[in-house]
Design a protein around this ligand. Structure first.
Ligand SMILES: Nc1ncnc2c1ncn2[C@@H]1O[C@H](COP(=O)(O)OP(=O)(O)OP(=O)(O)O)[C@@H](O)[C@H]1O
Ligand SMILES: [Mg+2]
Length: 290
């Protein structure tokens, strides 16, 4: 069901990978079955699918919080053992930020919360301090370091929760709907922070319902449809009307605009399509001055 396999596309072993993964909650029907999902180093992957399609479940399987009922989870090509050693290795590589920050934050202050993970790794105090300040800077919340977490706004709590994961310096940062509930400015700041993390080499997987965000941010998409998980380049998957209908997703504006521009001969077959209003402005500006 995988339309493009990053293993063969990039010729390298995925950092983390689900192979033939199946899962059902206790006494429940199968939520996922036969899922192949490879996360190649350096990618930005958007996971899409309707409510209840299994996005959160898939992310929890990928980060080891849930264990596959069938199939396996692999880290750097080797099957993950769900013992203490295997899970520690997984958690220092892969970090999951859950959707609701209140399920993640528990310490009295932001800095204390962010320091919890690195401290648990047994790192020296100096190293913990460095990681905390680096994570607070990455998420642009240095000014909130000493604030009680329960007094923060929702968007601030969301960024504090992400900082906690970033302080673990994961190779793969997995986020469950990180932009839900953020205002447009907060979304842009989060995308800036993710851009900086990606420049530093972090791989990012994000579940989202926002197809426009997926198109502009991700390079790869994973779409959960009744027929299974479909993966491939984001622009291809989000231009597949049959898949969008099956997954009950809306067509992104960027895809609709690109179709119109191509129909009028204004955009070449292989040319980059404008994916944001700003890119469309720049594109039309260039057309006028041509
Ligand atoms: N702890 C649980 N126990 C039993 N069933 C669960 C549990 N968590 C989720 N489910 C069920 O598993 C299915 C997949 O849920 P999941 O939360 O993975 O979907 P999702 O794609 O993340 O949805 P949403 O877009 O609403 O966040 C749903 O049918 C849900 O009711
Ligand atoms: Mg979910």
């Amino acid at each position: 069901m995988t339309s493009q396999d990053p293993t063969t596309a990039q010729g390298s072993t995925p950092v983390v990978e689900l192979v033939g993964a199946g899962f059902a909650y206790e006494d429940g029907p199968a939520v996922l079955s036969g899922v192949d999902f490879a996360v190649a180093e350096g990618r930005a992957i958007a996971l899409l699918g309707r409510n209840g399609s299994g996005k959160t479940t898939l992310l929890r399987l990928l980060s080891g919080g849930l264990r596959c009922g069938s199939g396996s989870l692999r880290l750097d090509g080797a099957e993950v053992a769900y013992d203490r050693r295997g899970l520690t290795r997984l958690r220092t590589t892969v970090q999951l930020v859950v959707q609701d920050p209140d399920d993640q934050l528990f310490a009295a202050s932001v800095a204390q919360d962010v320091s919890f993970g690195p401290m648990n790794l047994g790192l020296p105090e100096e190293e913990v301090r460095l990681r905390v300040s680096e994570a607070l800077e990455a998420l642009d919340i240095v000014a909130l370091a000493d604030r009680p977490t329960h007094l923060l706004s929702y968007g601030q709590r969301k960024r504090a929760a992400i900082a906690g994961a970033v302080a673990m310096r994961p190779r793969v940062l997995i986020m469950d709907e990180p932009t839900a509930g953020l205002d447009p400015h907060g979304q842009e700041r989060l995308l800036d922070a993710l851009r900086r993390l990606r420049e530093g080499g972090t791989t990012v997987v994000m579940a989202t319902h926002d197809v426009d965000l997926a198109l502009r941010w991700a390079d790869e998409a994973a779409v959960l449809a009744p027929s299974g998980l479909h993966t491939g380049p984001v622009a291809d998957l989000l231009a597949d009307d049959a898949l969008l209908a099956a997954a009950r997703l809306r067509r992104p504006w960027g895809t609709a605009v690109a179709r119109l521009l191509r129909a009028h001969g204004l955009l070449g077959a292989g040319a980059a399509e404008p994916r944001t209003p700003e890119e469309l402005d720049a594109f039309t500006g260039a057309l006028v001055t041509e």
